[in-house]
Ligand binder design. Structure first.
Ligand code: SF4
Ligand code: SF4
Length: 159
């Protein structure tokens, strides 16, 4: 399915999530599904939580025991393939990369989209960061209902 549509299957998506017992704390989700020559996620992680088997050409693997959820890998990834997620009561709290305009503001409610671009839920904007070190990759903290943990991928402004 990934080859034909660019959309990963549900089982492939789930394979990138650590066991939900880890998600009481924020953990990185590495949705990098191709063997490409790339490694800034691994080299920029200050906790050595990401490894790439041959150093460059394999898909990155997260050690959830080492990941602190700091979010540096989110804006280090040129493919915008990394998010961070934590379960907070009945919500899944994501930190996602965002490079479109307009930039959301805290307190707004946007649409939550799935991997095929369909609206699936409300997405409450919790925080937005755009520091110099992020190099124009805005990181948006957003809450969605936790039943969308494996479906939610990004946000779109509500018209
Ligand atoms: S969130 Fe922080 S600790 Fe976890 S993998 Fe990314 S850079 Fe490393
Ligand atoms: S930086 Fe992004 S695209 Fe590159 S290997 Fe890491 S997750 Fe994949």
């Amino acid at each position: 399915m990934l080859d034909k549509t660019g959309v990963p299957t549900d089982s492939l998506v789930r394979s990138r999530f650590p066991d939900t017992s880890f998600l009481v704390k924020p953990k990185a989700i590495l949705e990098c599904y191709e063997d490409i020559s790339c490694n800034p996620c691994a080299t920029n992680c200050p906790f050595k939580a990401i490894t790439i088997a041959d150093g460059l050409n394999s898909q990155p693997v997260l050690n959830p025991e080492l990941c602190t959820g700091c979010g540096i890998c989110i804006y280090s990834c040129p493919g915008l393939a990394i998010s961070v997620v934590q379960i907070v009561e009945d919500k899944a709290r994501f930190k996602i990369p965002y490079e479109f305009l307009p930039i959301p503001n805290s307190g707004e409610v946007w649409s939550g989209l799935n991997r095929t671009g369909e609206r699936i839920c409300d997405a409450s904007i919790i925080n937005v960061t755009d520091s110099k070190r992020q190099d124009k990759t805005v990181v948006v903290t957003v809450d969605v209902d936790k039943k969308y943990l494996y479906e939610f991928i990004t946000i779109k402004v509500q018209k």
